[in-house]
Ligand binder design. Structure first.
Ligand code: NAD
Ligand code: TYD
Length: 356
């Protein structure tokens, strides 16, 4: 048995591949285009591991996807590949429409054709697992209940609109063609290998470099924070036992205002890497708000707990400490991401070709 993962060199995808191969011997075929967000260095520990087959390629490339499905005959596709950064989607939405909408469409069509060739238990057991976001539900007022799976979709950014579109395609491929899909909508992830353009890693690396910590608007926007390995275990639970055609919200039960996140990061750095120049909070700088900035996201994760017994293992306190410690212990990784040298990793580690 094998699974096909898309976007497995990104933040969550690489954590998922590492986590999967720590807990199972089932091989992973990892299809990733290695955009700026893909970093094979995250998977360096798997370099000589035959259970991991890396393929550099685009999910919009139907012929390639067909060929991978025919060759490896996976029992499931776990689809992470996406453009994922809201700020980038505001400046250049085109790439988001292409990868998130057209790419998901291409994968669904390839999966449908492949699934049509399967029979018996293999056909019944096949899953297309779509990884999505809570941002499709829009923005909450302070007193609103958290998002449940039945919330209407009200995406507000080009990113969330493209993910909402992909969720609708996945739903339609199930209803119309019977493709056995499951979708998970999770909250903001954090943890190791997080690209330092997102809030938490950006604050850590900027603080260590003595640079300003840019807080958008009044810093009172609220997100729910999910430690990335908890997300991975949630996906495994849904893949193993989720009901076909259903969606499951995955959250950390950790609603925090951005400014409190930044202050927590500063306090941990003050403890673990004190700066002679003074507390890191001196670097906090309020900057112009993000256009259309969603005020609050919150996840009601009771369905996945009720049906599959999943709950996050980390509290925010344990998860954020591990995260800050990881960045302090991996300054070479940060330096190579910041210098762009991480993009040479494929040729250095794998030669001119790309697969394992
Ligand atoms: P990421 O940006 O870190 O990684 C995305 C990966 O997809 C990269 O490795 C990139 O090279 C690859 N990719 C991009 N376009 C591709 C294409 N056309 N073909 C093949 N590969 C391509 O993203 P992430 O934070 O790891 O997010 C993974 C998934 O989880 C996404 O679908 C995202 O929408 C979803 N999600 C993320 C978060 C979060 O907090 N990071 C929260 C909710 C949902
Ligand atoms: P981000 O990590 O980009 O995730 P998302 O927008 O998908 O939730 O941002 C998290 C929150 O932090 C969001 O409310 C925007 C805010 N933010 C800042 O205040 N400053 C920053 O430099 C960044 C990157 C984000």
């Amino acid at each position: 048995m094998t699974i096909l993962v898309t976007g497995g060199a990104g933040f969550i995808g690489s954590n998922f591949v590492l986590d999967w191969l720590r807990s199972s011997d089932e091989p992973v075929v990892n299809l990733d285009a290695l955009t700026y967000a893909g970093n094979l260095e995250n998977l360096a520990s798997l370099k000589d591991d035959a259970r991991h087959v890396f393929v550099q390629g685009d999910i919009c490339d139907r012929a390639l996807v067909d060929q991978l499905l025919a060759t490896h005959r996976p029992r499931a596709i776990v689809h992470f590949a996406a453009e994922s950064h809201v700020d980038r989607s505001i400046h250049g939405p085109g790439a988001f429409m292409r990868t998130n909408v057209e790419g998901t469409f291409t994968l669904l069509e390839a999966a449908r054709a492949y699934w049509g060739t399967l029979e018996g238990e293999t056909r019944d057991g096949f899953r297309f697992h779509h990884v999505s976001t809570d941002e499709v539900y829009g923005s909450l007022q302070p007193q609103d209940p958290p998002f449940s799976e039945t919330n209407p979709y009200e995406p507000n950014s080009p990113y969330s609109a493209s993910k909402a579109a992909s969720d609708h395609l996945v739903r339609a491929w199930h209803h119309t063609y019977g493709l056995p899909v499951v979708t998970t909508n999770c909250s903001n992830n954090y943890g190791p290998y997080h690209f330092p353009e997102k809030l938490i890693p950006l604050m850590i690396v900027n603080a260590l470099a003595g640079k300003p910590l840019p807080v958008y608007g009044d810093g009172q926007q609220i997100r729910d924070w999910l430690y990335v390995t908890d997300h991975c275990s949630g996906i495994r639970a849904v893949l193993a036992g989720g009901r076909v055609g259903e969606t499951y919200n995955i959250g950390g039960w950790n609603e925090k205002a951005n400014i409190d996140i930044v202050r927590t990061v500063c306090a941990l750095l003050d403890e673990l890497r004190p700066d002679a120049a003074g507390p890191y909070s001196r670097l906090i700088t309020y900057v112009k708000d993000r256009p259309g900035h969603d005020r609050r996201y919150a996840i009601d994760a009771r369905k996945i707990e009720r049906e599959l017994g999943w709950r996050p293992a980390e509290t925010f306190e344990t998860g954020i400490r591990k995260t800050v410690q990881w960045y302090l212990s991996n300054e070479d990784w940060v330096a190579r991401v910041q210098s762009g040298a991480y993009r040479d990793w494929v040729s250095k580690q794998y030669g001119a070709g790309q697969t394992n």
